[in-house]
Design a protein around this ligand. Structure first.
Ligand code: DX5
Ligand code: ZN
Length: 220
């Protein structure tokens, strides 16, 4: 079986020490960093945008997994790509012209992904799957770290796994929200390839140990 990717969500770290945290993740052997962009409109919280990502880009070579929780993300695709995103994930609920936005991301040479809120059906992105590097299943209502996992999302991951396999696509499945040491194995068994972890990761340094424990727990 292929190894699960852990993508630590920087939302749970101290924003005044972003450069140190990125270096610490890299030294601990992590490959991905999950960057949560919030606009105070699509979600009731505000974080950071392209200028901060551009500054972070200079500090590490981690794969920047950028999760945009903003209205009409098509307005900012070029800026996020130019700031140094490796993958740009936009919400299906945030734009009317999803296919056009996905194509614009790919056009910039960045990996396109789509996120779905817990209640949004998989059908809404079915025909886009062959164009997507990844689908993000939100397992909390987006906006804040440290929330409780919504149980029906496990079945949603299973259904998406079946859909992707049936199409013969190699699209990754990411799960974001309320991932813990207690539920990570079940989520990987359901078909998740990438697990985002904020509070369950950053609260428990050293990061190399935490990463190792997550991988061992996921593998069973
Ligand atoms: C929530 C964000 C998540 C969040 C996850 O809106 O998209 O990435 O940081 O945090 P935890 O792992 O604490 O639920
Ligand atoms: Zn996120």
């Amino acid at each position: 079986a292929k190894e699960t990717i852990i993508s630590p969500s920087l939302l749970s770290c101290d924003f005044s020490r972003l450069a140190d945290e990125l270096k610490a993740l890299e030294e601990a052997g992590l490959k991905w960093a999950h960057l949560d962009v919030m606009d105070g409109k699509f979600v009731p919280n505000i974080t950071f945008g392209p200028p901060v990502i551009k500054s972070m880009r200079k500090e590490c070579n981690l794969f920047f997994d950028c999760h945009l929780m903003i209205e009409q993300p098509e307005r900012y695709i070029d800026e996020f790509c130019d700031a140094g995103a490796d993958l740009l994930c936009i919400h299906a609920e945030s734009t009317v012209h999803l296919e056009r936005a996905v194509a614009a991301i790919a056009e910039k040479g960045v990996k396109p992904a789509i996120a779905l809120n817990p209640a949004t059906p998989l059908e809404s992105i079915k025909y886009l799957i062959p164009q997507l590097h990844m689908v993000l299943i939100m397992s909390v209502n987006p906006g804040f770290g440290g929330q409780k996992y919504i149980p029906f999302c496990t079945q949603k991951v299973r259904d998406l796994r079946a859909m992707i396999d049936e199409m013969g696509a190699d699209t990754l499945i990411q799960l974001d929200g309320g991932v813990t040491m207690e539920n990570c194995r079940e989520l990987v068994e359901a078909g998740a390839d990438v697990l985002v972890s904020g509070s369950a990761f950053f609260k428990y340094p050293p990061y190399a140990e935490r990463h190792k424990l997550f991988l061992e727990t996921c593998a069973g």
